[in-house]
Design a protein around this ligand. Structure first.
Ligand code: SF4
Ligand code: SF4
Length: 499
């Protein structure tokens, strides 16, 4: 029986409206794509094409073998109509526009792929790199190229995870609906072939156990392959929590798990590994969940990378609703304000929730069928027949702290958010904040979510960190002394800097 692992604190999100339906919709090949030359893990790449060039889907259009990165491809067949620099999520970055000819074919990495089991390790690494798949995961997939901050033989652990801990989740049945689970297993074998010193942990929620039924014999025959059950509580999918629960280790917050020799990939990324090596498919599309109660029909779409957000959003939002769009994670994700930007290879969810700005007097003390509450006193927590709703209303706005301690109970890293918040609000910015482990905060947003007084705790904590850093008390000085035992390892890793 695999071990069931968990961390302290956290919160279980259940029964929310807007879960995606179990159907994958193949999105049309777009007429136009915009492809940023920085995507996922790695730095901006050198552009290899110019305006007026004809390109084909699967062609490498940007590459830089010197800096940590992975090549980027054209994702439709057509003509390059524009190349310009834009502000892309706070980074000044080149973006290539391609006008398509409507055809759906793509060029494989290798036209006549050899049997993957006969490929050498070098060939696998090269194919993975050329496919762009090596950019996936928290720290990229290491190879003989500069695709991660560590080299393949330095990897000690690979965590392959799929949990249902977020407010919205893609079900694995759906991910495997047009693929075999064997593809996941083969993807894991491929990863282990290039990182032979690693133990591979397949970590899933117990609710997903049936997905791997039938693979037991194969899973049991490799002593480098282990299995872990994860509890369904947020923020289990965070890199720091995965390392803590699966490996019983910690690494300095603000650093990458690669700095302790651990690579983390979700199931979809491992399926991309399989497609790149076995089917010679470049990374030109992503499976994305459209979640949240503002969508007419929350669903899963398979889209070409570079598809413009507005092309997906257009005509799919409920009439009369002004939505807020959030990328990948409701509590931690970035708000998508500019819908002329494209999908890139880091997308897994687009969440749309109603932008409710009306104050409802004393809403927080009134019972409701569709409201979530950590206190578990609201009716919806007792009556699971009613699905709960997310919206962006503060419901009466910020009120004084009532010392309920909820924020402290849920904090997965064991710090005391309400104390830190009070220091920051009173402008007491000194070493006390560091002693209260302010830099341990992984900014999961849970404290702000459960607070009945709607205090923006995580915002106060971020401000406190910034002010402390301005005063010269940096994250490194505060964090690294707590990690004396792995300091040498952290120092020895290239690029083991703040991320
Ligand atoms: S203090 Fe930080 S880590 Fe703790 S719950 Fe709040 S945001 Fe999450
Ligand atoms: S959850 Fe909010 S009200 Fe309760 S102790 Fe924390 S800050 Fe205070």
């Amino acid at each position: 029986m695999p071990k069931h692992v968990a961390f302290r604190g956290g919160y279980r999100f259940t029964n929310f409206q807007g879960q995606p339906e179990n159907i994958i919709e193949e999105f049309f090949v777009p007429n136009i794509v915009r492809i940023p030359l920085i995507q996922g893990f790695g730095s901006e790449l050198d552009c290899l094409i110019k305006v007026g060039d004809r390109v084909f889907a699967g062609q490498i259009i940007a590459r830089n073998d010197q800096n940590i990165s992975s090549p980027i491809h054209a994702t439709i067949n057509g003509i390059v109509s524009d190349i310009r620099r834009i502000n892309y999520f706070g980074q000044n970055c080149a973006i290539v526009t391609i006008k398509g000819d409507g055809s759906s074919e793509y060029k494989k990495i290798q036209e006549k792929p050899a049997n993957w089991q006969e490929l050498s390790i070098e060939d696998i690494e090269e194919k993975l790199y050329l496919s762009g798949v090596s950019a996936l995961g928290y720290s990229g997939i290491p190879s003989q190229f500069n695709s991660s901050i560590i080299k393949p033989n330095e990897v000690k652990n690979i965590i392959v995870y799929m949990s249902d801990s977020d407010p919205f989740n893609i079900s694995p049945e759906l991910l495997f609906s047009d693929k075999s689970v064997q593809n996941l297993y083969d993807g894991v074998i491929i990863l282990h072939k290039i990182m032979p010193n690693a133990t591979v942990y397949i970590a899933t929620s117990r609710n997903y156990r049936n997905i791997l039924d039938g693979l037991d014999d194969q899973l049991n025959k490799n002593d480098w392959l282990k299995y872990r059950y994860l509890r369904s509580k947020y923020p289990q999918n965070h890199e720091a929590m995965l390392v803590q629960t699966v490996l019983k280790q910690k690494f300095p917050y603000g650093y990458s798990s690669a700095s302790i020799g651990t690579i983390i990939l979700d199931f979809q990324s491992v399926l991309h590994v399989y497609e790149a090596i076995v089917e010679s498919k470049p990374l030109i599309e992503r499976t994305i969940a459209l979640c949240g109660s503002a969508w007419q029909k929350p669903s899963i779409v398979k889209v070409r990378i570079g598809t413009i957000l507005d092309d997906i959003v257009h005509s799919r939002i409920k009439d009369g609703i002004k939505p807020r769009f959030i990328l990948n994670n409701l509590l931690m994700g970035t708000e998508l304000k500019d819908l002329s930007l494209p999908i890139d290879r880091s997308y897994s969810q687009i969440i749309a929730i109603p932008e409710d700005t009306e104050r409802e007097f004393l809403k927080f003390v009134r019972l409701g069928f569709r409201r979530d509450s950590y206190s578990r006193t609201f009716i919806s927590n007792f009556l699971p027949l009613f699905q709960k709703e997310f919206d962006t209303n503060k419901h009466g706005e910020e009120r004084p702290c009532i010392s309920c301690n909820y924020c402290e109970e849920v904090c997965p890293v064991g710090i005391i958010p309400h104390i830190l918040s009070k220091y920051v609000k009173r402008s007491i910015i000194d070493e006390t904040l560091a002693n209260l482990h302010i830099y341990d905060c992984i900014q999961c947003g849970l404290c702000s979510y459960v607070c009945p007084s709607k205090i923006p705790l995580v915002q106060h904590i971020k401000e406190g960190m910034e002010m402390l850093t301005e005063q010269g008390c940096t994250r490194d000085k505060c964090i690294l002394p707590h990690f004396d035992n792995i300091l040498g390892i952290v120092d020895s890793y290239r690029g083991a800097k703040e991320i």
